[in-house]
Design a protein around this ligand. Structure first.
Ligand code: HEM
Length: 528
């Protein structure tokens, strides 16, 4: 008995010693680690930010953060610490900036072009496409893809925008009884999907019609799945997602396979058609089976492109087409849905807009709308800009710095953000800065009329600098077409709840985009 007690006491003091040793080891490691960060800490000592306890940093804040609370929490932090802040999370140094002066320097830099890891969850789908790639691959691809969005090619796409918008109008007709409140988002989403598929791949996917293809369904479902994963910090990690949701991981793989197989199939067929046309002496023109000239698709330009004399491989083209499919429908859907909602809530703006639309496009709803018509919709441009200001579809852009970034600033002075830091630039914060946009919460399209140039750089819905949006003109034309046709056809009514913006890869509304519609009476409306 006695020896058992002394053995137990010996074991317990051994455990205590071991515990103390572990604690001492961990504290020493933590202290050393903290000291090793000294130079990085000193470099950003001029920047304000929340209290970050040694070693762990502001982990507690990050855990609380989610896409729903993001905008509210960010506003609180900006009120406390200003537009430019530093935050430590374990060994990660995060710079969050909605500071126009700072962001302008970083966005226009030719050196800091590597995207933040936040977007990596799209990697399996988009691969090395333009959105995610960097370094030599990005440079080469950007050079090839820039001419893809040439004026002459966009001009041909306006016809697609027009036709697909007409289908959207027909579908909206079912809800336009003047009383029903509904979410306009799903209608716009399918129209945007049809538009990008036909322009990027030259192939109709009939997402708006009942017989929608497995491909269109897969794009839609996969986008929704990615957006859902984006909502949670741990689901963004591929390994943790796989371990905790194996059935969804399996579904994701299946959806991505469906999309990749479809895109590769289209690319192979277009390549064969192009080669046949060239053999027949048709040069770069694409002709269809009956020999008439066919509209170029973005894909055709990629098929004809080469890097240092080598044509792009099918797999490389696939990455770019998939990137267009993703970037080209989710962002425009967000932009158009927010804009429709804004118009529905501002009767005076809607009246002015309708007057312009009727003056430029007339009342003949069967007349095709062309690029010149769209160019004349000047007030519409201001309305779109104001909606993009308040609700930028891409609310944040991020970079991971591979080298030190030197900046100069009128308030915090000159400084260096050390290599390895992550920078999150808040477009949404810049757009709501009262220093550039007085009364930022007011929807005021007139602030974009020529003359008010002070805010030019503070307004960057398509980002700026070398990695700005390559599809900007495409998106603006598509937005104009859909908005003009919808406003000409329907009166937008302020029914339902206000939008609740959430940062969910793109900006969405947590409760949808509620509004009502009433079909316009030609005679009475044309008198306005
Ligand atoms: C209203 C609609 C759109 C908005 C607000 C928008 C906004 C943006 C923004 C802010 C970026 C920079 C992202 C970053 O740095 O992380 C970007 C990049 C990009 N966008 Fe858009 N976009 C729109 C529509 C489109 C369309 C229609 C396409 C293609 C058809 C497109 C293709 C791209 C591509 C390929 C990039 C990557 C460019 C690069 O890194 O070189 N976007 N877009």
């Amino acid at each position: 008995m006695h020896s058992r007690i002394s053995r137990t006491a010996g074991a317990s003091s051994y455990c205590k010693m071991l515990l103390i040793a572990i604690v001492v080891f961990l504290l020493t490691a933590a202290f050393r680690f903290h000291r090793s960060q000294g130079a990085r800490r000193a470099a950003v000592a001029n920047l304000p930010g929340p209290y970050c306890p040694p070693v762990i940093g502001a982990v507690h804040r990050m855990i609380k953060l989610n896409p729903k609370s993001f905008i509210r929490e960010s506003r609180k932090q900006v009120e406390k610490h200003g537009n430019l802040q530093r935050v430590w999370i374990l060994n990660r140094l995060l710079i969050t900036s909605s500071d126009t002066e700072f962001n302008e320097q970083l966005l226009f830099s030719q050196e800091h072009l590597v995207k933040h890891q936040l977007y990596q969850l799209l990697g399996q789908w988009l691969g090395n496409g333009l959105l995610l790639s960097h370094g030599r691959v990005w440079h080469q691809r950007r050079k090839i893809i820039t001419p893809t969005f040439h004026f002459s090619i966009l001009e041909q796409f306006v016809e697609v925008f027009d036709q697909q918008s007409s289908i959207c109008i027909q579908r909206l007709q079912q809800r336009a009884d003047g009383q029903t409140c509904f979410d306009v988002y799903p209608f716009i989403c399918l129209a945007a999907l049809d538009i990008i598929a036909e322009t990027a791949m030259g192939t109709k996917v009939n997402a708006q019609l009942a017989e929608s293809t497995p491909y269109a369904n897969a794009v839609n479902e996969c986008t929704a799945l990615m957006a859902w994963r984006f909502m949670s910090i741990y689901l963004q990690n591929e390994l943790l997602f796989t371990l905790t949701h194996p059935h969804l991981k399996w579904r994701q793989t299946q959806l991505i396979r469906t999309m990749h197989e479809f895109t590769i199939g289209v690319i192979e067929r277009r390549r064969q058609a192009l080669e046949q046309a060239q053999q027949l002496g048709g040069g770069s023109e694409c002709e269809n089976a009956v020999g008439s000239k066919r509209r170029m698709a973005l894909l055709d330009v990629l098929l004809q492109a080469s890097v240092n004399g080598r044509p792009l491989k099918n797999e490389e083209i696939r990455e770019e087409v998939d990137t267009f499919m993703f970037e080209g429908h989710d962002t425009t859907t967000s932009a158009i849905s927010f804009c429709l909602w804004c118009i529905s809530r501002h009767a005076n703006v809607q009246a002015k807009l309708l007057a312009e639309i009727l003056q430029v496009l007339g009342t003949d709803r069967n007349r095709a709308i062309n690029m010149r018509d769209l160019g004349e919709l000047k007030y519409m441009e201001c309305v779109m800009k104001e909606s993009l200001r308040q609700f930028p579809p891409v609310p944040l852009v991020g970079r991971t710095l591979q080298a030190d970034f030197k900046y100069s600033h009128s308030k915090v002075g000159d400084g260096v953000i050390p290599a390895g830091s992550e920078v999150i630039m808040g477009i949404i914060g810049m757009h709501n800065d009262p220093a550039y946009f007085p009364e930022p919460l007011r929807f005021k399209p007139e602030r974009h009329e020529s003359g008010e140039r002070a805010a030019t750089f503070a307004f960057v819905p398509f980002s700026a600098g070398p990695r700005n949006c390559i599809g900007q003109k495409f998106a603006q034309l598509e937005m104009k077409m859909l908005l003009a046709k919808i406003v000409r056809e329907f009166e937008l009514l302020p029914l339902g709840e206000p939008v609740q913006p959430v940062v969910n890869i793109v900006l969405r509304s947590d409760n949808g985009f509620q509004l009502g519609m009433r079909r316009r009476n030609d005679a009475s409306d044309s008198k306005q």
